[in-house]
Design a protein around this ligand. Structure first.
Ligand code: PLP
Length: 400
């Protein structure tokens, strides 16, 4: 008999996780690498949030809580959805879990039967497809064109829907492209979904606070309130509040779906960390002004790095409007030979070349469902970004 269950066949470990791990290993071995692979802000968790966690521990807030979140956190989450997203959720329509990632898993686990389909517009966050497979569903990847800002259009959505479609995954601002859906973009999608009542929409809004150029964020359920019952709105403290390690995500959706997701949570991890929940209340209810300051800082890095990369022959940047990644077209390097003698043929070769020759860690676009690209995180200091660009330029100059 086999040790590992069949359901794990075809499920890949996260590509960005693998690249980050490789960077940690090289650093531990004393090799001077610059990692542009990670999906987390380089800022620290705000001081008042850390104080709230310490106070919670001292107050004995160290036990199991209700599955799905403490009353205080759920109150803060409902207020947050009203304040930031213009969506009203009733108390039984919200829940929390250890990360937005976990909430996506809970939702898929609670709703998908074997062979059900999940539409994933590409380029997409690496986990949507693998999580779908893990619970027995079929991801249906729909490529989105550069000409449409890498956003899903109504006609492509319509063509991908079948009677087996259960979910559309939508991610705004997007990892990896930084595309932000306008109300018009969202209404175009809503128009199609209205014709297909079997399809639900998962709106992954984890990067909602990281926005550039004065762009405004819009939640799907606020723009198309008639589809609120079919929408699961997801966000969390990880990216905006620089709290990736605290593991708190929140969801708003229809009561039966939230109840089913809590059921899965109660039989897997159970309640989430009590201390992290107290910290998240402080994050959501405390000052919000630093969110815009951090966005401005990411924007400055974007504006510094894009011209440096665009000046490298063979690379072409897309300009993100949010999140903290650059999704860089690298097909112009294909056919060239590295000093080690390899001919670059796919984006994984380009990522390996930048690691070997420039000691810069990037993630190959294939993992995001759209080649030929590499993804770079700009959640690193300006000095490191400049150094990385200089090393990449020097490495490309050695190609023949
Ligand atoms: N959704 C997207 C698009 C992400 O990029 C990430 C993290 O990389 C997550 C969800 C996971 O967030 P969390 O830390 O809340 O689990």
């Amino acid at each position: 008999t086999k040790l590992i269950a069949d359901r794990l066949e075809g499920v890949k470990p996260s590509a960005s996780g693998k690249a980050s791990q490789r960077a940690r290993e090289l650093l531990a071995a004393g090799i001077d690498v610059i990692s542009l692979a990670t999906g987390e802000p380089d800022f620290d968790t705000p001081e008042h949030v850390i104080e709230a966690a310490i106070a919670a521990m001292r107050a004995g807030d160290t036990r199991y809580t209700s599955v799905g979140g403490t009353p205080a956190l759920l109150r803060a989450v409902r207020t947050k959805f009203q304040r930031d997203n213009a969506i009203d959720y009733a108390p039984n329509e919200v829940m929390c879990a250890p990360g937005t990632k976990n909430l996506i898993f809970l939702a898929l686990m609670a709703t998908l039967n074997e062979g059900d389909e999940v539409i994933v517009p590409a380029p997409h966050w690496v986990s949507y497809t693998d999580m779908t497979r893990l619970v027995g569903g079929n991801p249906v990847v729909v490529p989105c064109s550069h000409n449409n800002g890498y956003k899903l259009d109504g006609a492509s959505l319509e063509a991908a829907i079948t009677p087996r479609t259960r979910w559309l995954m939508l991610n705004t601002p997007s990892n990896p492209t930084g595309a932000v859906y306008t109300p018009e973009d969202l209404l175009e999608i809503a128009e199609v979904l209205r014709r297909h009542p079997q399809v639900m929409l998962m709106s992954d809004e984890i990067y909602e606070h990281i926005l550039f150029d004065g762009v405004k964020f819009h939640s799907f359920a606020a723009v198309a309130p008639d589809l609120k019952e079919r929408t699961l709105t997801l966000s969390g403290v990880s990216k905006g509040y620089a709290m990736t390690g605290w593991r708190v995500g929140f969801a708003g959706g229809t009561a039966p779906l939230i109840a089913a997701m809590k059921e899965v949570l109660s039989q897997s991890s159970g309640s989430l960390c009590s201390i992290s929940q107290a910290a998240s209340v402080a994050a959501l209810e405390g000052p919000q002004d630093y969110l815009a300051e951090r966005s401005a800082s990411f924007q400055a890095r974007r504006d510094r790095l894009i011209p440096l990369l665009d000046a490298i022959p063979g690379l072409r940047c897309h300009r993100p409007q949010g999140a903290f990644y650059l999704f860089v077209e690298c097909g112009g390097l294909f056919g060239l030979r590295t000093p080690a003698g390899t001919v670059l043929e796919k984006d994984a070769d380009v990522a390996a070349f930048f690691l070997d020759e420039a000691r810069v860690v990037v993630v190959a676009g294939a993992a995001y469902g759209l080649s030929p690209h590499v993804r770079l995180s700009i959640a690193t200091s300006m000095e490191k970004l400049e150094e990385a660009a200089a090393r990449m330029a020097a490495a490309v100059a050695k190609l023949s």
